[in-house]
Design a binder for this molecule. Structure first.
Ligand code: AP5
Ligand code: MG
Length: 190
């Protein structure tokens, strides 16, 4: 199985690009953000706990998302691999992922990182807020907190995967199609 990590700051275009990636390479898309929003919409206890954190622009506890990922790995069949969108997002999550895959002697195939500057994050998320109404897109303060959370807690993963020779960065500036073609050029190597 292939295990691709779709990495990048909030609003970089991970969700946008994921659809074409899973189709072309027969992968199962796992967005931890989307799974958490589903729990919130269903009003589960987990959803209630996650809601308060997400709406402040903070991360939910590592164990929560790790459990979600493992249960997807165990239940989804008939694909050539998984596309992890928004996971891992902390160093402990990256270690947990390595440990999960080690159980079946597998490992992360590659990280595909879509990179855009902070000013563009704000612009893109404000654009999406008009269409989708996500609670964590609702104010500049929340978006700024998500950007800060990304720099403080998630950015260290760049070094983590670079040291393992598994980090591939793509320029996220350009049209959706231009970015998609850059991603495909990288993924065709694996
Ligand atoms: P999550 O849902 O993962 O949000 P995120 O990482 O902040 O990323 P986004 O979904 O906001 O952005 P995206 O990169 O998918 O961009 P999109 O394609 O939509 O997480 C939400 C929250 O859940 C977290 O803050 C956290 O609280 C919690 N959570 C999730 N995972 C967690 C984890 N592992 N650990 C702990 N907590 C976790 O694009 C954005 C906009 O730009 C769209 O409108 C799109 O149309 C537009 N756009 C895209 N590409 C282009 C382009 N090339 N040109 C012009 N516009 C473009
Ligand atoms: Mg997304």
């Amino acid at each position: 199985m292939k295990y691709y990590i779709l990495f990048g700051p909030p609003g970089a275009g991970k969700g946008t690009q994921a659809t074409a990636m899973v189709e072309k390479y027969n992968l199962h898309h796992i967005s931890t953000g989307a799974l958490l929003r589903k729990e919130i919409a269903a009003g589960t206890e987990l959803g209630l706990q996650a809601k308060a954190l997400i709406e402040k622009g903070c991360l939910v506890p590592d164990e929560v998302v790790e459990g979600m990922i493992e249960s997807e790995f165990n239940s989804v069949k008939g694909v050539d691999g998984f596309l992890l969108d928004g996971f891992p997002r902390t160093l402990p999550q990256a270690d947990a992922l390595d440990a999960m895959l080690a159980k079946t002697s597998e490992e992360v195939t590659a990280t595909v990182s879509i990179m855009i500057p902070d000013e563009m994050i704000m612009e893109r998320i404000k654009g999406r807020a008009l269409k989708e109404g996500r609670a964590d897109d609702a104010s500049e303060d929340i978006i700024n907190n998500r950007i800060a959370t990304y720099h403080n807690q998630t950015e260290p993963l760049i070094e983590y995967y670079t040291e393992k020779g598994k980090y591939n960065e793509i320029d996220g500036i350009g049209t959706i199609e231009e970015v998609r073609n850059r991603i495909f050029a990288v993924m065709d190597e694996f």
